[in-house]
Design a protein. Structure first.
Length: 64
């Protein structure tokens, strides 16, 4: 549903970077790898949290 606040593996805060990552990488202007580097997300486990996230709030909310 919503991006997790912390990484499941290491516990670093990744939720605060979601909006900027989504805005910069989804528009196609920038490479997601470069965006994560600039945001300071270096660990593979933390990168996984942002790259693999699928925002389902709009799809699921009508059924609650």
């Amino acid at each position: 549903m919503m991006v997790p606040v912390r990484c499941f593996t290491c516990g670093n805060v990744v939720g605060e970077h979601w909006e900027e990552f989504k805005a910069r990488s989804r528009e196609g202007d920038e490479d997601p790898e470069m965006v994560l580097d600039e945001l300071g997300i270096d660990r593979y486990c933390c990168r996984r949290m942002l790259v693999s996230h699928k925002d389902l709030v709009d799809i699921v909310s009508p059924y609650q």
